[in-house]
Design a protein around this ligand. Structure first.
Ligand code: NAG
Ligand code: NAG
Ligand code: NAG
Ligand code: NAG
Ligand code: NAG
Length: 434
């Protein structure tokens, strides 16, 4: 366990420099329109769901009034289909005047007044994926300045309608242009997703220097198949992707879709658990006005969030893939603690998986365990065999304390040695969890 932590940490400090804008030292959290609301611009027939300022105002109200903001969900992010089809007389992008009559700056101020942040969407290319005006190489500086003038806090820069050469020039240039505005703007690059997500076409060292986060892989959909497909790709390529992540620089497996239509409660817990293990950005794409209390309690689980937000920023790994369909994931956390996820690919019934912490390479000692979704604590010695019951397509997720060594203090009762005790505060559960 300690070995794992040390190896990870040295890889991290030796190889990586983050984009120097001071932002996103832990994975960004918030809400992003795309997966749930797509390019619905039919405000006449669907006024509550169309891409308009009202939608973002509604979500901002929910984030600030329903306990989300306090947990860290602060970004309210516009995706495609916000723009007018034409630039203005000065060549600047402008929002669709019917759907955003107040303009983007007013929307940004609405967010800032509530302790939230506004994100916007652009595209390196002639058009956005939805066919709206894109940012060609000659428009990068003017678009960066427009976003800064609007007091936007984050840019998702997509890559439709450009080729590899243009992307290679455009993504670093946008990073420079954003910096030159003087406004700290979080920068999400879709570049690697357009180049297959892997070296040699993708240079993760460079990405970490110019972007705060990047989409490595295809778009998420509202289905279990999609979650499984994305998680499999990220963990199959964990040796490449893991070292790329760290404070200020994150792999982005795409939005959280729990709270929508496609996932069961077990699958919803699985997405939350796996995204926390991956140190993934937590951008929900759901309808916060109508979300179920079940999905809300998973998304608002403080322990899962604090695992995701661990300040060391080490991306977790799959450590075991059993023939039975059980997989085990581990993420090293600060202060010699860690998170474990037991995940079942099975489709029959809850599976009783038997193992011990020493089989998972934890060092000798006694550990306090906190079950993230049942909120039950327990003590485990490394050598103790235990059984977890994992539901089909579900998870069991644990926070594991630092190991407490057997204390030198031994206790006597009636003049006789009763055995050794564990030093309790060595492996205490942090107060944030209780
Ligand atoms: C721009 O980059 C410089 C040098 O890396 C950095 O010190 C500064 O904070 C950056 N400014 C913004 C607004 O990102
Ligand atoms: C990429 O697009 C540019 C501009 O359209 C063009 O000049 C260039 O030849 C293209 N490069 C490749 C490799 O297709
Ligand atoms: C990747 O990018 C880094 C930083 O920009 C650079 O030093 C390195 O040479 C690049 N690697 C390759 C294989 O191009
Ligand atoms: C983590 O464990 C190592 C090895 O036992 C120890 O040297 C180090 O002080 C511990 N770090 C913290 C933050 O507890
Ligand atoms: C435990 O460590 C051994 C030896 O380094 C390694 O072969 C094995 O894969 C590790 N097991 C896990 C679950 O990490």
């Amino acid at each position: 366990m300690h070995l794992t932590v040390l190896v990870f940490a040295s890889v991290l400090s030796a190889a990586t420099f983050a984009l120097d804008n001071g932002l996103m030292r832990t994975p960004p959290m918030g809400w992003l329109a795309w997966e749930r609301f797509r390019c619905d611009i039919d405000c006449e027939h669907d006024p509550k769901n169309c891409i308009s300022e009202n939608l973002f105002i509604d979500m901002a109200d929910r984030l600030s009034e329903d306990g989300w903001r306090e947990l860290g969900y602060v970004y309210v992010n516009i995706d495609d289909c916000w723009a007018s089809m034409d630039r203005d007389k000065q060549g600047r992008l402008q929002p669709d005047p019917k759907r955003f009559p107040g303009g983007i700056r007013k929307l940004a101020r609405y967010m800032h007044d509530r302790g939230l942040k506004l994100g916007i969407y652009g595209d390196m290319g002639t058009h956005t994926c939805g066919g709206y005006p894109g940012t060609t190489l000659d428009k990068i500086e003017i678009d960066a300045q427009t976003f800064a003038d609007w007091e936007v806090d984050m840019l998702k820069f997509d890559g439709c309608y450009s080729n590899a050469t243009e992307q290679e020039q455009g993504y670093p240039r946008m990073s420079k242009a954003l910096n030159a505005t003087g406004r700290p703007i979080g920068y999400s690059c879709s570049w690697p997703a357009y180049q297959g997500g892997l070296p040699p076409k993708v240079n993760y060292t460079q990405l970490g220097e110019i972007c705060n986060l990047w989409r490595n892989y295809g778009d998420i959909q509202d289905s279990w198949d999609s979650i499984l497909n994305i998680a499999d790709w990220f963990f199959e390529n964990q040796d490449i992707l893991g070292p790329a992540a760290g404070p200020g620089r994150w792999n982005d497996p795409d939005m959280l879709v729990l709270g929508d239509f496609g996932l069961s409660m077990d699958q919803s817990r699985s997405q939350m658990a796996l995204w926390a293990i991956m140190a993934a950005p937590l951008f929900m794409s759901n309808d916060l006005r109508t979300i179920s209390s079940g999905a809300r309690s998973i998304l608002q689980n403080k322990m899962a969030i604090s695992i995701n937000q661990d300040p060391m920023g080490i991306q977790g790994r799959r450590i075991i893939k059993e023939k039975s369909g059980i997989e085990v994931f581990l993420r090293p956390l600060s202060s010699n603690t860690s998170a474990l996820v037991f995940f079942s690919r099975r489709t029959d019934m809850p599976y009783r998986y038997q193992t011990s912490l020493s089989k998972l390479n934890y060092t000798t000692g006694s550990y306090k365990i906190f079950d993230i979704f049942t909120e039950k604590p327990m003590m485990l010695k490394d050598s103790t065999t235990f059984v977890v019951s994992v539901n089909p397509t579900g998870v069991v997720m644990w926070y594991v304390s630092a190991p407490a060594k057997q204390s030198l203090r031994q206790f006597y009762k009636g003049g006789r040695l009763q055995g050794s005790v564990y030093n309790d505060h060595e492996n205490a559960i942090p107060p944030v969890f209780l």
